[in-house]
Design a protein around this ligand. Structure first.
Ligand code: BES
Ligand code: ZN
Length: 877
C-alpha cells in the first residue's frame, strides 16, 4: 500500500479528523522554564488589539531545552531575548524559543481581533466592551505563554484605549497610575502583587457604571468594592453587593480567611460561557448572576446570585492563594469551593432546603454522568480537552467528598484541617493529595482508604436491612456495598462510606441519638442493643454519603418516616421514595392493582396532612410536596420509557390535584395574600403558591386557567409572574397566548428576562412543545452567538424527557442540528450538549439507534472541534 499514491491528495479539511491527543495525570512534570514576572501592555481596540509582553524567565533545573510557550491563535510578531532577536519556531501549538542564559527577559508582541472571537475565550468583545476569560487555557489566545496553573507570576498591566468608547479600564490587583494620552486616548496601570497562574489574569475595558461599597476586614484593612455594569443596570446590583459583603464576613468567621487586596471589582457581561470567573481582584460574571430586582428576577435567581457571588469570592483562598498544580487537580479548588458556597447559602437561608436542592442537583446531573460513558473520578486520570472536565462530578461530587471529610471530622477538627491546608500551601500550586494529607494531619483523620473517593468513578450502591431479635432486644443493621463498572474501571475496591444513622422507636417516635456508621467492608453488620420492639431505620440522614440506597423496609416504614423523622432531609427522602416506588410500580404495571391503589391512598393522605402541617415552613413544604422529575424517574429504570413515565407522573399529579383541590385553593389564596418582600415567610409563600397553582391545573379544574391568569396579571414580582406563566405554558387555552405575549412585550430588550420567556416555552409539557420550539429557533430574538440564549432555548427542551425523547427521534435531530451549527462558533458551549445523546444505552433499541446515528452524524462533520470530538468519541465507545 505504501507505494501507491492517490491520484489527487485529499484536502486536509476532508480527512477524518485525528482524535485529539490524550493528556495524562501520570505524565505531569514541572515546566522547563518558569515565568516569574509579566509586564503586559495593551492597545485596546475591538478589531485589532496590540499586545506587548515582557517576561522575566528562569530556567528550572539543569538542562538545555528551549523555552516552550503555549500558543493558540495569537502568533507572535517578533520575539527577543535580552534585547536580541530570538531564534524561535512554531511547533504544533507551541512556540519554542532558544535561550542560553539561566535567566532572561523575553519580549514578544501579538495582534488579536476580539470582535471575531466567538468562542469567548481569551480577549473578546461583548456589546462594545472588551473582556477576558482565561480559565482554563485562554491566556495563550492573548500571548504565547507558559499557560499552566503551576506557573505563578507577578503581573503588571498597562491598558491604553480610546477614552470615549472605553472610559473604564480594569485589570487584576490595584490601580497604580492613570491619565490621559493624546488623540482622545487614556491609560491605566494595574499591579497585582500576588503571584498567580495565567488563568487568573483578567482585563475589562468599556463604558460601564459602578455601584460602590466598602468592607473592613477583621484585621481592620479597608476594601473598596465595586460592581460594574452597563448603564441602566445599576439599579439591579444591590443584592449581589449584599451577597459579596456577607461572603467576606462569612469566610472570616467560618474559615478565618481575610481578603488581601485594597480593591475587589466585579464586572457583569452578557456574553459569557460560564456562570462567573474568580480572576484575582477582578471577578467577571455572567450578568445573570449579578443583576436582580423584584420585577425581573425570581427568588430562585436571588439565591443563585448569592451562591455564585460567594463561590467566586471564596476562590480567593480556595483557588487563588492556593491554586492547582495541574488541571487534574481541578476539584481541589472547585469541589472545595462548592462545598464552601453550599455551607454559606445554608447559613444565609434554610439548611434543610439547601441540602435538598443540592442533593436534587447532584442526582439530576452527577449521578447520570457517573453512570454513563463520560464517567470519571473527581480527580481524572486523562483528558483530551480540559474544558470538558468542568463537570458535575468535579464540582458536585467533589463537594460531597469534602463534606464527607467534614462529617467524619466534625466542625472543629475540619477547621483545623483546613487551617493547616491554607498555612502549608499558601502561595503554592497544590494537589488533591496535599489537601487530603493536610486533613489527615490537621483533623486527625486516617484517610488511607478514603483516598479512593478521588480515584474511583461511579456511584456506590448500598443495601441496608435491619434485623430485629426480640429475645436479645437487639437490632442489627446489615450493610453491603456494590459498584457497577465505569469506563476503564472494571473492578472497584471498597470505599469507606459514612452513613449518619438513627433507629427510631415506633411508639415514642424518637431516637436515642444519631450515629455515624462507617461502612468500609463489602458486607458489614452493626448491632444496637436495648430495642425490645423493632425500630424504624433512618439512614444516610442529611445525605451524608453520595450513594444510592436500597433499604429493605416493612410496609408503612416510609410513611412513618415522612411523619416522624426529625431529620428534615430524611423526611423529604422518605416521601420521595414512597412516590418513586408507586410510580415505578405503575410504569411497570407491577404489583396487584389493589396494592397500588392502597399505595396511592397513603400518598394522598400524607400529602393531605403535609399541605397544612404547622411544623413545616412553606419553603420546606414545597420541597416535600414536589414530585420527582420525569428524568429522575427515568434514572431509576434500566430502560427508560419516556411515554410511560410521563403518563404515570401526570396521572399521579392529577390525583393529588383532584383529591386535595380544596386545600390547594386555600393554600393558593393564603399565599396570595402575603405582600411581596424578601423575608423568609414571603418567599416561602411565593414558592408554595406556584406549586399549589400547578396542582390546581393538574386537577384540570374548570377555573384553573382563570386562577393562573389572575396570578399572572396581579403579580408584582417575577417569581409569581414566572410561576403563573410556567403553569399556563403547559395548558392549551387562550390565557396561555395572552400571558406569553404580554410577558414578551413587557420585557422586550431585557435579555435575561427574554431568556426566561424562551425557557418557559421549550420546557413546558404542552402537547405542541416541539413545534413551538421550532418556531422559537426562528424567532428574531434567537441567536447562536449568545450562550445564555442558546442554553435558555435548548436546555429546557433537552431536559424535557417526553419532548426530547419523542419516539420519532425528532428531538434528537433538533439537538444535532444546533450542535453542528454552534460548534464552529462556540465549541465549549456545544460540547455540553453531547451528554444527552450519549445516554443512548439507557433507551430502547429504536431510540438508541437514532441517538447513535446523531452522534455519528456529528462526528462526520469536517473540522469538528476538539471539545465536541472528545465527548462524541467517548459517548460512542
Ligand atoms: N472557575 C470557574 C469558572 C470556569 C469554569 C472557568 C469553567 C473556566 C471553565 C468558576 O469558579 C465556577 O466554578 N463557576 C461556576 C459557578 C459556580 C457557582 C459553581 C460556573 O461558571 O458555572
Ligand atoms: Zn469555581
Amino acid at each position: 500500500m505504501a507505494d501507491i499514491q492517490p491520484a489527487t491528495a485529499t484536502p486536509a479539511s476532508l480527512q477524518a479528523p485525528a482524535e485529539p491527543a490524550v493528556i495524562r495525570r501520570a505524565d505531569y512534570r514541572p515546566p522547563d522554564w518558569w515565568v516569574k514576572t509579566v509586564a503586559l501592555e495593551f492597545d485596546l481596540d475591538l478589531s485589532a488589539t496590540q499586545v506587548s509582553a515582557t517576561l522575566q524567565i528562569e530556567r528550572n533545573g539543569d538542562h538545555d531545552r528551549p523555552l516552550r510557550l503555549d500558543c493558540d491563535g495569537a502568533l507572535p510578531g517578533a520575539i527577543s531575548v535580552d534585547g536580541v532577536a530570538a531564534n524561535w519556531r512554531h511547533e504544533g501549538d507551541e512556540i519554542a524559543v532558544d535561550v542560553s542564559a539561566p535567566r532572561a527577559t523575553v519580549h514578544l508582541t501579538t495582534t488579536i481581533a476580539p470582535d471575531t472571537n466567538t468562542q469567548l475565550m481569551g480577549l473578546f468583545a461583548s456589546n462594545g466592551m472588551l473582556c477576558t476569560q482565561c480559565e482554563a487555557e485562554g491566556f495563550r489566545r492573548i500571548i504565547p505563554f507558559v499557560d499552566r496553573p503551576d506557573n505563578m507570576a507577578v503581573y503588571e498591566v498597562l491598558l491604553r484605549a480610546d477614552k470615549a468608547r472605553f472610559p473604564v479600564l480594569l485589570a487584576n490587583g490595584a490601580l497604580v497610575d492613570s491619565g490621559d494620552l493624546p488623540d482622545g486616548r487614556h491609560y491605566a496601570r494595574w499591579h497585582d502583587p500576588h503571584p498567580k497562574p495565567s488563568y487568573l489574569f483578567a482585563l475589562v475595558a468599556g463604558d460601564l457604571v459602578a455601584t460602590r461599597d466598602q468592607f473592613t476586614t477583621m484585621s481592620g484593612a479597608p476594601v473598596e468594592l465595586a460592581i460594574y455594569v452597563r448603564e441602566g443596570d445599576e439599579g439591579r446590583t444591590a443584592h449581589a453587593m449584599q451577597a459579596l459583603k456577607a461572603s467576606m464576613a462569612w469566610d472570616e468567621k467560618v474559615y478565618g480567611l481575610e481578603y488581601d487586596l485594597p480593591v475587589f471589582n466585579i464586572v457583569a457581561v452578557s456574553d459569557f460561557n460560564m456562570g462567573a470567573m474568580e480572576n484575582k481582584g477582578l471577578n467577571i460574571f455572567n450578568s445573570r448572576y449579578i443583576l436582580a430586582d423584584p420585577d425581573t428576577a425570581t427568588d430562585y435567581d436571588y439565591d443563585a446570585i448569592e451562591g455564585v457571588v460567594a463561590h467566586e469570592y471564596f476562590h480567593n483562598w480556595s483557588g487563588n492563594r492556593v491554586t492547582c498544580r495541574d488541571w487534574f487537580q481541578l476539584s481541589l479548588k472547585e469541589g472545595f469551593t462548592v462545598y464552601r458556597d453550599q455551607c454559606f447559602s445554608a447559613d444565609m437561608g434554610s439548611e434543610s432546603v439547601k441540602r435538598i436542592e443540592d442533593v436534587r442537583m447532584l442526582r439530576a446531573t452527577q449521578f447520570p454522568e457517573d453512570a454513563g460513558p463520560l464517567a470519571h473520578p473527581i480527580r481524572p486520570d486523562s483528558y483530551m480537552e480540559i474544558s470538558n472536565f468542568y463537570t458535575s462530578t468535579i464540582y458536585n461530587k467533589g463537594a460531597e467528598v469534602i463534606r464527607m471529610m467534614a462529617t467524619m471530622a466534625g466542625p472543629e477538627r475540619f477547621r483545623a484541617g483546613s487551617d493547616l491546608y491554607f498555612a502549608r500551601h499558601d502561595g503554592e500550586a497544590a494537589t488533591c493529595e496535599q489537601f487530603v494529607r493536610a486533613m489527615e494531619d490537621g483533623a486527625g483523620l486516617d484517610l488511607g482508604q478514603f483516598r479512593r473517593w478521588y480515584e474511583q468513578a461511579g456511584t456506590p450502591q448500598v443495601q441496608a436491612r435491619l434485623e430485629h431479635d426480640a429475645d436479645s432486644a437487639t437490632a442489627t443493621l446489615h450493610l453491603r456495598q456494590q459498584f457497577s463498572p465505569t469506563p476503564g474501571q472494571q473492578d472497584k475496591p471498597l470505599m469507606p462510606i459514612p452513613l449518619r444513622t438513627a433507629l427510631i422507636d415506633r411508639d415514642m417516635k424518637a431516637h436515642r441519638g444519631e450515629q455515624l456508621v462507617m461502612l468500609s467492608e463489602a458486607e458489614q453488620s452493626v448491632t444496637f442493643t436495648g430495642f425490645a420492639r423493632p425500630p424504624v431505620l433512618s439512614i444516610n440522614r442529611g445525605f451524608s454519603a453520595p450513594v444510592t440506597m436500597d433499604v429493605a423496609r416493612r410496609s408503612g416504614d416510609l410513611l412513618f418516616l415522612v411523619r416522624h423523622d426529625d431529620d428534615p432531609f430524611a423526611r423529604y427522602e422518605a416521601l420521595q421514595q414512597l412516590v418513586i416506588d408507586r410510580l415505578i410500580a405503575d410504569i411497570g404495571e407491577e404489583g396487584a392493582a389493589a396494592e397500588r391503589a392502597a399505595a396511592l391512598e397513603d400518598i394522598l393522605s400524607v400529602f393531605g396532612d403535609l399541605v397544612s402541617d404547622q411544623r413545616l415552613d412553606d419553603s420546606m413544604r414545597t420541597e416535600i410536596l414536589s414530585l420527582p422529575t420525569e428524568a429522575f424517574l427515568g434514572e431509576q429504570m434500566l430502560i427508560v420509557r419516556p411515554e410511560a413515565i410521563h403518563d404515570a407522573r401526570r396521572a399521579l399529579r392529577k390525583a393529588i390535584g383532584t383529591r386535595l383541590i380544596d386545600q390547594w385553593r386555600i393554600v393558593h389564596e393564603r399565599a396570595s395574600a402575603v405582600p411581596y418582600s424578601l423575608s423568609r415567610e414571603a418567599r416561602g409563600a411565593r414558592k408554595i403558591k406556584s406549586l399549589a397553582l400547578g396542582y390546581i391545573a393538574s386537577a384540570e379544574a374548570a377555573d384553573a386557567a382563570t386562577i393562573a391568569f389572575g396570578q399572572f396579571a396581579q403579580a408584582d414580582n417575577m417569581t409569581d409572574r414566572q410561576g403563573a406563566t410556567m403553569v399556563l405554558a403547559s395548558m392549551a387555552c387562550d390565557e396561555r397566548e395572552t400571558a406569553l405575549d404580554s410577558f414578551y412585550n413587557r420585557y422586550q430588550g431585557n435579555a435575561l428576562v427574554i431568556d426566561k420567556w424562551f425557557s418557559l416555552q421549550t420546557g413546558s409539557t404542552h402537547p405542541h412543545v416541539y413545534e413551538q420550539t421550532l418556531e422559537l429557533i426562528r424567532h428574531k430574538d434567537f441567536t447562536l452567538t449568545n450562550p445564555n440564549r442558546v442554553r435558555a432555548l435548548y436546555w429546557p427542551f433537552v431536559s424535557n424527557q417526553a419532548a426530547f425523547h419523542h419516539a420519532s427521534g425528532r428531538g434528537y435531530e433538533l439537538l444535532t442540528d444546533v450542535i453542528l451549527r454552534l460548534d464552529p462558533i462556540n465549541p465549549q458551549t456545544t460540547a455540553r450538549f453531547i451528554a444527552p445523546l450519549g445516554r443512548w444505552r439507557r433507551f430502547d433499541e429504536t431510540r438508541a439507534a437514532k441517538m447513535r446515528g446523531c452522534l455519528e452524524r456529528i462526528l462526520a462533520q469536517p473540522g469538528l472541534s476538539k471539545d465536541t470530538t472528545e465527548q462524541v468519541v467517548k459517548s460512542l465507545e
